[in-house]
Design a protein around this ligand. Structure first.
Ligand code: G4P
Length: 520
């Protein structure tokens, strides 16, 4: 296969949802179709007590939430599909954001009874900012939920995106009969999937069937006529710019509507796209020279080994195991001999990978999030991965002063992973951690203890407004006040942590020459 042919069969997406909407269940069903797993419950089995593939860490198991994103590849219909799972919990939205930088499309799972939930909204906005195509799966039709029209309207209004229903449900909950494929004009019955029914041009069943007199069926046909009358065509160009989302109804748990969804996904999802560099160029997937970037680092995936794995999205060229690459941040040349790909319940050595693929590199401390790796003699950096403005802060120190070495190593590694942000006070060098959500602190504390064997003392500094400074040289000691703390971030940039909005405004009024800014 040529590089072009290999890239053209790749599809890489992130799956996003509010916790409990059914993301894990849908992922599992997709993997079943891909033959990547053989039985349900392999990806997750909270109730069966089985270990979830996407939940690596103890803390995730304890809480039943997925803290970190995981990556899985499967083959379907001549395509190679990479799914990137994302943590549903909003405290880890920075991690999700970085994952979204590594994909070319997103699948949004919505619980039909709940509609758009806060976390969906937040993640969706991120997709919108990136302008990536979004596919919507409205889940749990086997339970009573909101009316389909109301759901579509909610998506359109809250998310400011056009919707295009690809199928239409007949009933829901106990009266759920099945889904109508709008293009094929077939009805797939929920309880008898093999026996497709067909609609003619006048919305009549081509063969007589008991449901004809059913009120749910009549209502669904009326609704379908309305949808068809509206006459909106399925605009692929709008899908590709993230301005229209195709909507699928189904039940992940019952594995119903999932394959229709997958078939449409492979038909319409884009192949891997290029990425911008800080130098202002676009690196295209077919460019023959290899390049990629690290969007995630995960420590200790296998408790038996103290491994760290850096996840790399390949942007261009072909990766071959054993190849020499350059880490552009440091200029260091590295030979990549230990590389892995991820399956549902397994990792495999990967010898060859191309644009769109995500591979894991065993890391002994070389990589940081956002690093660019290039082959041959290129020298550029992919655009920086976004960093969130943290809102919560904690002073942290080691309980036992004899453990300083482990303490600093733990902090350094967890910060490099992007698990938490690090700041230091100017004169006293006190370490202050910054987070987007409280759970990040809890995970930090847990991991310092379980992975680095250090008990930490955490002292809340509270909620602060962090502002970076464009013209740092203009800062003077006179600007210190009891309502702000001036700290260094881990790159040595100065940051004010203001007590509240009032203190921020007071500062801006008093020192108008100081240019403050926030991150995302
Ligand atoms: P998440 O990854 O988005 O957090 O959701 P997950 O797949 O874990 O699903 C959350 C719960 O919803 C699970 O229940 C799951 O079985 C259920 N679920 C998923 N898809 C469907 C569906 O199509 N129909 C119905 N009725 N339920 C669905 P659970 O964790 O086993 O237990 P519980 O939350 O029901 O107590």
């Amino acid at each position: 296969m040529t590089l072009r042919e290999e890239v053209e069969i790749r599809k890489t997406f992130a799956i996003i949802s509010h916790p409990d909407a059914g993301k894990t269940t849908l992922t599992e069903k997709l993997l079943l179709f891909g033959g990547a797993i053989r039985e349900a419950g392999t990806v997750k089995g909270k109730k069966t007590g089985k270990f979830a593939t996407s939940d690596w860490m103890d803390v995730e198991k304890e809480r039943g939430i997925s803290v970190t994103s995981s990556v899985m590849q499967f083959d379907y219909d001549d395509f190679k599909i990479n799914i990137l799972d994302t943590p549903g919990h909003e405290d880890f939205s920075e991690d999700t954001y970085r994952t979204l930088m590594a994909v070319d499309s997103a699948v949004m799972v919505i619980d039909a009874a709940k509609g758009i939930e806060p976390q969906t909204l937040k993640l969706f906005k991120v997709c919108k900012m990136r302008g990536i195509p979004i596919f919507t799966f409205i889940n749990k039709l086997d339970r009573v939920g909101k009316e389909p029209f109301d759901l579509l309207e909610e998506i359109e209004k809250t998310l400011d995106i056009e919707t295009y229903p690809m199928n239409w449900p007949v009933g829901m909950g106990p009266s759920f009969f099945g889904i109508i494929d709008r293009k094929k004009r077939t009805i797939e019955p929920f309880r008898d999937e093999e026996n497709l029914l067909h609609l003619d041009e006048d919305y009549q069943l081509t063969t007589s069937h008991a449901i004809e007199s059913d009120s749910a069926f009549e209502a669904a046909i009326e609704e379908l006529m309305l949808v068809d009358e509206a006459g909106e065509s399925f605009d692929e160009a709008k899908l590709l710019t993230g301005d229209l989302t195709p909507v699928f109804f189904g039940s992940a748990l019952a594995n119903f509507g999932v394959q229709n969804f997958l078939n449409a996904y492979v038909d319409f999802a884009p192949m891997p796209s290029g990425r911008l560099t800080e130098e202002g160029d676009v690196v295209e997937p077919f460019d023959s020279a290899f390049s990629g970037f690290i969007f995630k680092i995960q420590a200790n995936m296998n408790p038996a080994h103290r491994d760290r794995i850096a996840f790399m999205r390949i942007v261009s060229g072909a990766f071959e195991r054993g190849m020499d690459v350059t880490l552009t941040r440091t200029g260091k040349k590295l030979k990549i001999s230990r590389s892995t790909s991820f399956m549902a319940d397994d990792t495999q050595t990967v010898n060859h990978a191309v644009s769109g693929d995500i591979i894991g590199l065993y890391d002994s401390g070389n990589y940081q999030i956002g690093d660019t790796l290039v082959g041959s003699n290129q020298k550029f950096h992919f655009e920086k991965l976004p960093q969130f403005t943290p809102e919560l802060f904690m002073k942290v120190s080691a309980k036992n002063v004899m453990k300083q070495k482990h303490f600093h190593k733990g902090i350094e590694q967890l910060v490099q992973e992007g698990a938490i942000q690090l700041y230091r006070t100017l004169y006293t060098n006190q370490i202050i951690l910054g987070a987007v959500g409280q759970l990040q602190f809890e995970v930090f504390e847990h991991r310092m203890n379980s992975e680095y064997n250090v008990d930490v003392v955490m002292e809340p500094v509270g909620k602060k407004i962090a502002r970076w400074i464009e013209n740092e040289e203009a800062i003077t000691d006179a600007m210190n006040s009891s309502r702000s703390i001036l700290v260094d971030d881990r790159f040595g940039n100065k940051v004010f942590l203001f007590e509240n909005e009032f203190a921020t405004r007071w500062f801006e009024d008093k020192f108008p020459d100081i240019k403050l800014y926030s991150l995302l």
